[in-house]
Write a protein that binds this ligand. Sequence first.
Ligand code: SF4
Ligand code: SF4
Length: 99
Amino acid sequence: MALLITDECINCGACEPECPNTAIYEGGALWALNGQTHNPISNDFFYIVPDKCTECVGFHDEPQCQAVCPVDCIIVDPAHIETKEELLAKKESLDLMGR
Ligand code: SF4
Ligand code: SF4
């Protein structure tokens, strides 16, 4: 599963540096993958790029962003349900192509 930041985000920025996949971006910021940049997913709140979030599989036992969020506004994204094997494959793909 990728995770999702809800509109209860207070834009504190605590989650962004904790992400091992650089999957978290500030609202309005372009996101990048494999040397290409893309339009923001949210202009108002920090957001998670589903293609880059491995739910921390391959790095940590629990999602690091959820662990530090002071308002518990990071949830499982129902539109991006993935198995642990799929998440590990995503992590290995990111290892190869760059984050
Ligand atoms: Fe990044 Fe892990 Fe949070 Fe996904 S769950 S956004 S990989 S810190
Ligand atoms: Fe928003 Fe939570 Fe991240 Fe702070 S830690 S920017 S409140 S999602």
